[in-house]
Design a protein around this ligand. Sequence first.
Ligand SMILES: Cc1cc2nc3c(=O)[nH]c(=O)nc-3n(C[C@H](O)[C@H](O)[C@H](O)COP(=O)(O)OP(=O)(O)OC[C@H]3O[C@@H](n4cnc5c(N)ncnc54)[C@H](O)[C@@H]3O)c2cc1C
Length: 384
Amino acid sequence: MKFQDTPSLKERLELMSKLSKTFLSRSAKIDEEGAFPFQNISELKMSGYTSLTLPKRYGGEEISLYDLIRFQEYIARGDGATALSIGWHMGIIQDLGEKNSWDESIFQMLCEDVKNGALINNCASEPQTGSPTRGGKPTTTAVKHEGYWLINGRKTFTTLSPVLDYFNVTAFIPESDLVAYFLIPRSTQGVEIEETWDSIAMKGTGSHDLVLNNVRIKDEFLVEYVEPGKKGASGWLLHIPACYLGIAQAAASYAIEFAKSYSPNSIKGTISDFPNVQQKIGEIELELMRARHFLYSVAKQWDYSTKDERAQMNPELGAVKLSVTNSAITVVDIAMRIVGARSLSEKNPLQRYYRDVRAGLHNPPMDDMTILLLAKNAINSYKD
Ligand SMILES: Cc1cc2nc3c(=O)[nH]c(=O)nc-3n(C[C@H](O)[C@H](O)[C@H](O)COP(=O)(O)OP(=O)(O)OC[C@H]3O[C@@H](n4cnc5c(N)ncnc54)[C@H](O)[C@@H]3O)c2cc1C
């Protein structure tokens, strides 16, 4: 069965739940080997998932943000790295379809390719800029040469790099002093992946360096101008907290199962009968409940808002990301306290969740920027 075979969210979630269970069975090996989850991505493609956010005008399903992040959370329960990786692709396509900011013929070409399984990601981070959300100008350059763009530079954190068909790359144009996104097909000469990804978290994301050596692309592949650090409200970025919530849910499920079955010989029954353990399980449930309500209510708000209302949602979107990601870290921490020293064994999934969940702190928007935004917003609104 494919996602496109049913419009029912319930049935689609059941299908994703099955895929996610298979991903969970592969997760430890992918992490141990620092491998890329080729099979997971291929199964997501075959299930039709990777084209679900395509706009209806190009024959897509145009699923809502709410549905998208429900699916993303399910994927992350099985494998966080797979969820974060495919989440960029899914969200970018959704965002482009909503914003309509690209030349229609280029976007249509991309959509046709996505229908056939093509994948895209934004490549904005560089060693010199740090997080692009802070406004650093790319050192990657684009220079006009004989009617083409010549692009040179290096991008870090290129998630999904082993299987990307399109790199959507930011570059500085010295001639005009502007920064723009350039759509670069993988097959273009001068495109190279350097396998630099050695992170201890989200090992399976394949977030290697993208090296661009005199990459020559057509004029029209300059797809969009951007102002560094001035990104508009981006609902699709909620795939990030959804990913970390999924990892936290997986940790909680593991710890509760453990508590219900662990029976040291100092007690009758299992440790789940004891108030010290129940206290921790209750705290986990509270964190998860709070995170889930916040995440999904803001996603629904996005779905039901007009374009103008969405443009005002940056504070909520940032607050959700900060709150859910930090709750996820807390949940994994408490889960490990329930399981005890066994949680530190290499064979135990909790040590993987512990590493993976911390990556959320370094995905956009960063916590300090969100807190500042909330402060400025509050100060401005109390002025009236
Ligand atoms: C798993 C994972 C996947 C990723 N995938 C992608 C991807 O697909 N595409 C992509 O483009 N990027 C991706 N990223 C990169 C991510 O978006 C950030 O660019 C990257 O994590 C660097 O962020 P940073 O906060 O560590 O770096 P920095 O911005 O260098 O920050 C490091 C420290 O310096 C401080 N700092 C730096 N500049 C300032 C400033 N101007 N003002 C105040 N403090 C400052 C920060 O507070 C922080 O403490 C990914 C990252 C991770 C972890």
